[in-house]
Design a protein around this ligand. Structure first.
Ligand SMILES: [Fe+2]
Length: 285
């Protein structure tokens, strides 16, 4: 199974501080996902779908989500309005949401997907209050199926101080909840506009790049900056046992096809005593 995680497209009709054109960049990401040689089953969009959470911006976003070939699930971020998303993007909430937050479960695949809403209008940091904690704990306790948790705010510090001030509240408690449920393999978040990896309890924790602008990697505690580095997304490959999360960069680059070596490698891999050296360009890797 393939799940593309797109994040932080910041679709806007008023590009105030964003150093790139969010819609132009989103168009390239949509085209990249649709051109995948192996069909992608699902796209999960982990928040900051719009820049200002207005109806007009959700209308713009809706057009792009409908262009995606795979099915799409959405989560809100700190730039969104989750109440408005319930109606404006109802087709992309593909589970039964909780009453007071837009959290839901996609439970129709071998890999269970728990989508946790960490947003609250008026706050830029992430909310993990008693209600959401109880929802997550109860939801995870309901099934032993291998699980990936999607959320907007990262439940870890990344070292970029100004972003760490806007990460999830009660992170230690969040880790305690995850730690009680060993079937959680990966916790995948957005918000940071960079691809990175760490750990929460026993689980792998990912941060996704933005489809629009990136967070400039500057660890100086008094600095904050954005970047026009290429857009990207995460491609989570579930093989029935584990999740491998590929970071995909979407920019102009050359692809060198060498399909002819596959049969040679296939044959060599079946030789007793390990794979012998190869005569072709496959040796180059
Ligand atoms: Fe964002």
């Amino acid at each position: 199974m393939l799940i593309a995680q797109i994040s932080d497209p910041h679709v806007t009709d008023d590009p105030f501080f964003i150093p790139v054109d969010p819609q132009e960049r989103l168009a390239h990401v949509v085209a990249h996902i649709n051109a995948s040689s192996v069909p992608i089953d699902l796209v999960v969009a982990t928040g900051d779908l719009t820049n200002d959470g207005t109806a007009a911006q959700y209308d713009i976003l809706d057009v792009w989500l409908r262009k995606l070939a795979p099915r799409v699930a959405v989560l809100p971020g700190n730039h969104d309005d989750s109440a408005l998303m319930r109606t404006a993007l109802a087709d992309f909430v593909i589970g039964t949401p909780a009453d007071t937050h837009l959290s839901y479960v996609i439970d129709e695949y071998d890999l269970r997907m728990v989508c946790l809403d960490t947003s609250e209008v008026g706050r830029h940091d992430g909310v993990f209050d008693d209600e959401r904690s109880a929802w997550l704990d109860t939801t995870l306790a309901a099934s032993d199926k291998p699980t990936i948790v999607f959320m907007h705010h990262p439940a870890f510090e990344c070292g970029v101080r100004w972003m760490d001030l806007m990460s999830l509240e009660n992170r230690d408690h969040f880790a305690d909840v995850i730690g009680r449920h060993r079937q959680v393999l990966t916790v995948a978040s957005g918000h940071l506009h960079r691809s990175l990896t760490t750990r929460i309890a026993h689980a792998v924790a990912n941060g996704a790049p933005s489809t629009a602008h990136q967070l400039n990697l500057d660890l100086h505690p008094d600095r904050a900056s954005l970047s026009t580095e290429p857009s990207g997304y995460l491609l989570h490959w579930w093989n029935g046992t584990t999740i491998v999360s590929h970071a995909v960069t979407v920019n102009d680059h050359e692809v060198v096809r060498m399909d002819e070596v596959v049969a040679e490698i296939d044959h060599a891999s079946n030789q007793p005593g390990g794979m012998p050296s190869l005569g072709s360009q496959a040796a180059g890797n």
